[in-house]
Design a protein around this ligand. Structure first.
Ligand code: FDA
Length: 582
């Protein structure tokens, strides 16, 4: 049987697999990516692309391509609650960084803007860049099984075009094969939770809805249509794919009854019910069924097999975290693989992948599922749960217009219930506040500062080891750069300032001693980079002559508040620890 050799076999070409392949190829690591089907995602699926993910794409050099194709942030931001798109509006929530106060927090938090990038557009960008940088991509190729030895993992894959099987022998295998991951199953990774909590249908369609949407631009229009299903609330979601002509409806189905066999006619009728106007021409382009899951893996790795994306965290689309968390898993993993494969780091560095990303995956799963439950108060405020009679439901919805104390109470409850959905639609902290604790982070002995404000809603920058490097605009000549642009690029970076010469010397010595790629950056008046706004000085939490060491993923690995005669020993010790030699 034919055996293909590579350093890393990536199973899956979704956001997790494609981003892993892209980062590996960017770092010069030979890799093969196999995917079961003959094409990339053919439906919009995940779409919200948050700032942390845009920072990853920026570092990997594809941010501009994504921004050019995506729907920009200002068009995402009015989550609308209505009885149908043409019907009564019940309220709006400023979302996805479009509340002016939250917008300021986004501006301050990073150089990149959140956007709406449907998965069928995102995957080609990631995959094209990966392939153009060296990834060997095999379509129609299904992973079947694997076995591990001390120095390799050998996977059996099937070429579905030819119908035969062959082996891929790699130093590491990345299982990015999605929510029904066979890699996770074969690797026996322990999982918590369950699949199939609820059933959902996606109906993708084309219709010019400019007259119903452009004046209140949004990614999501929530339709609460009393009586639209027999004996219940017809709650559905109309999601913008491309403003304002391509759309997707998400509609629940009863899991016990199984997914309905949607004909084009019945799909169009669901769409028309949610639009509230059946004269609008609608062209159905696809329908698909999926389930809401609540499951996460407790550990993401079994020796040479490391898993990422939906394979290890499965949850509903609420909060738009699916592909974001997947791409960020990939970014955390790729540099570690590179350094272990080229011998700079010990294999122990790979243990920190699970230690750092599994808590994020768990938080993602729990937040997304909690957000579903937090929609109930909107129904309760409209008194839609106390009856199954559609006419009574409409009367209950109308009662909010009454000039009575009950009417006033209902109005207040509805406003509060919609406002509380901020935890789903404007949860900047959930998106930004990942702080890692692992052997690849050297504690500096300072206590955990915690969060001054609600950590789910607000981003709080920190340079405490484990946090992501705070963003500040600095300048070099006429160029304006983010501090995040100075780090990253697959290498470690040492940040210091005036009086920090000992750290620059230490970095040169450490580079020689460990053979590690380590850039140095000095920020301050007369230095390589200037801090004209004083933002960096405010954010860095160390003195001018102190040091911050960022890892290739721009998370802080080590910091020291001031200059030190032991700078070389301190930096050497820190890097040894991060690289798993300590
Ligand atoms: P993803 O599922 O994207 O990719 C898995 C990859 O593995 C695919 O390339 C597949 O071909 C490949 N693969 C699987 N088994 C294989 C095997 N044995 N051998 C080789 N290749 C294999 N999210 C959201 O936020 N909003 C939404 O509306 C939706 N809607 C939605 C609809 C549908 C139908 C699905 C399936 C998913 C969604 N999602 C979603 C979820 C979102 O798409 C998801 O979070 C990300 O795609 C996760 O990215 P991954 O790369 O981990 O998996």
């Amino acid at each position: 049987m034919e055996t293909v050799e590579t350093d890393v076999l990536v199973v899956g070409s979704g956001p997790a697999g494609a981003a892993t392949a892209l980062a590996l190829s960017t770092y010069g690591v030979p890799n093969v990516m196999v995917t079961r089907y003959g094409s990339l995602a053919d439906t919009p699926r995940a779409h919200i692309t948050n700032q942390r993910t845009m920072e990853v794409l920026r570092d990997l050099g594809v941010e501009d391509q994504v921004t050019a194709l995506a729907t920009p942030q200002p068009l995402m931001g009015n989550t609308v609650f209505c009885t149908s798109l043409a019907g009564e509006e019940l309220g709006r929530l400023r979302s996805w960084g479009n509340d002016p106060l939250v917008q300021a927090e986004h501006e301050l938090a990073g150089p990149s803007r959140m956007c709406d990038m449907p998965q069928h557009l995102m995957e080609p960008v990631l995959v094209n860049a990966a392939v153009s940088r060296g990834t060997a991509l095999r379509f129609h190729t299904e992973y079947l099984s694997h076995e591990q030895s001390d120095d390799a993992v050998t996977a059996l894959v099937e070429d579905r075009l030819r119908g035969d099987t062959y082996r891929v022998r790699a130093r590491y295998l990345v299982g990015a094969d999605g929510g029904r991951s066979r890699v996770v199953e074969n690797a026996g990774l322990p999982t918590v939770g369950r699949m199939g909590v609820a059933g959902s249908l996606n109906i993708v369609f084309e219709a010019d809805l400019t007259h119903l949407t452009a004046h209140r631009p949004a990614t999501l229009y929530w339709v609460l249509a009393p009586g639209a299903t027999v004996g219940g609330i017809g709650a559905g979601l109309v999601r913008c794919v491309r403003p304002w002509t391509e759309w997707m409806v998400v509609w629940g189905y009863d899991l016990d009854a199984g997914p309905p066999d949607l004909t084009e006619e019945s799909a169009r009728s669901v769409v028309h019910r949610l639009l509230g106007d059946d004269t609008i021409p609608v062209r159905i382009t696809s329908t698909s069924a999926w389930t809401v899951n609540h499951l996460y893996a407790e550990t993401y790795a079994d020796r040479r097999v490391l898993c990422a994306g939906d394979a290890v965290h499965r949850h509903p689309p609420s909060n738009g975290l699916g592909s974001n968390t997947s791409i960020q898993d990939a970014y955390n993993l790729a540099w570690k693989l590179k350094l272990v494969l080229d011998g700079t780091a010990a294999p122990a560095l790979l243990d920190t992948y699970s230690a750092e990303r599994a808590p994020v995956g768990r938080q993602t799963v729990e937040r997304a599922n909690r957000s579903i439950g937090e929609t109930a108060p909107v129904f309760e405020a409209l008194d839609l749960l106390s009856t199954s009679d559609p006419e009574q439901m409409w009367r209950n919805v109308d009662a909010r217009k009454d000039a009575t104390p009950e009417g006033a109470k209902q109005r207040r409850r509805l406003r509060e219930a919609i406002a509380a959905k901020v935890y789903e639609f404007n949860a900047h902290g959930v998106e930004m506040n990942q702080r890692y604790v692992s052997a690849a982070v050297v504690p500096d002995g300072t206590p955990d500062p915690g969060f001054d404000r609600d950590p789910e809603l607000h981003h709080q920058p920190s340079t405490r080891p484990g946090a992501k490097l705070p963003h500040a605009w600095v300048v070099r000549g006429r160029a304006r750069l983010s501090t995040l642009d100075l780090g990253g690029h697959g290498r470690f970076t040492l940040f210091t300032g005036i009086g920090g010469g000992c750290w620059a010397e230490a970095a040169a010595a450490v580079r020689r001693e460990l053979g590690v790629e380590l850039a140095t950056v000095s920020i301050g008046p007369g230095q390589e980079y200037e801090d004209p706004y004083g933002d960096w000085a405010r954010l860095r939490e160390i003195g001018d002559c102190g040091a911050l060491l960022t890892r290739p993923d721009n998370h802080i690995g080590f910091r020291h508040p001031e200059a030190s005669p032991q700078a070389r020993e301190l930096l050497l010790g820190a890097l040894r620890k991060i690289l798993g030699h300590g």
